[in-house]
Design a binder for this molecule. Structure first.
Ligand code: GAR
Length: 216
């Protein structure tokens, strides 16, 4: 049986891509990473994909005069083979609403904050500066508005008194690497439903325990 076909879009290191590649290597994982596209020729993630024998493409945004031309090139690469879902994994380009619409409910993103808080860049330092007790990461469907869209999964990480943006980033990335393969698995299995800008699950234990920081 053909597995759920996934394209991963990256701009850099690709540690989340690696987590997806590792998960997809398991025979019972329901999704296959079929294509990796980077907008930067020097992205280390491209090497990770090649090592795993995945088809790769570099579409350098600097070679296109407009965002639309860049996205046309993206789209023609994405339609060379069947793709069920796009996973943005550290893909640092804003996408036009027209492109987002083409992949409506079929494109997800991972963002290093508890959305809707801390959209955009420098999320770790901004959370530390605000003195909030929790930070985290979010996987969500992509909509035209940046870092918005129906939320699929979130992980919460307490911010320690001695945390720096580097230590916090490390803690959050550890959660990202667990969460992205788990979220993709649920989507590929068909247990995630997105309707009216909300995500629901067919069967899932959401739990009702509060997490308090500092611990009582
Ligand atoms: C990840 O932490 C991801 O959450 C973030 O970029 C990093 C990519 O790391 N994405 C964004 O900030 C998107 N707004 P990786 O290349 O090692 O996976």
């Amino acid at each position: 049986m053909t597995k759920f076909q996934v394209a991963v879009l990256i701009s850099g290191n690709g540690s989340n891509l690696q987590a997806l590649i590792d998960a997809a290597a398991l025979s019972d994982y329901p999704a296959e990473i079929a294509l990796v596209i980077s907008n930067r020729p020097d992205a280390f993630g491209i090497e990770r994909a090649q090592k795993a024998g995945i088809r790769t493409a570099v579409i350098d945004h600097k070679k296109y005069e407009t965002r639309s031309e860049f996205e046309n090139a993206l789209q023609s690469e994405l339609t060379k083979q069947p793709i069920d879902l796009i996973c943005l994994a550290g893909f640092m380009r804003i996408l036009n609403p027209e492109f987002v619409e083409l992949w409506r409910d079929r494109m997800i993103n991972i963002h290093p904050s508890l959305l809707p808080a801390y959209k955009g860049l420098n999320t770790f330092q901004r959370a530390i500066d605000d003195g909030v007790r929790f930070a985290g990461c979010t996987i969500h469907y992509v909509v035209p508005e940046m870092d918005a869209g129906p939320i699929i999964m979130q992980a919460v990480v307490p911010i320690g008194q001695n945390d720096t943006k580097e230590t916090l980033a490390k803690k959050i990335q550890q959660q990202e690497h667990k969460m992205y393969p788990a979220a993709l698995k649920k989507i590929a299995n068909g247990s995630v439903c997105v309707r009216d800008d909300k995500v629901t699950y067919e069967s899932v234990d959401l739990g009702d325990d509060a997490v308090i920081s500092p611990i009582l």
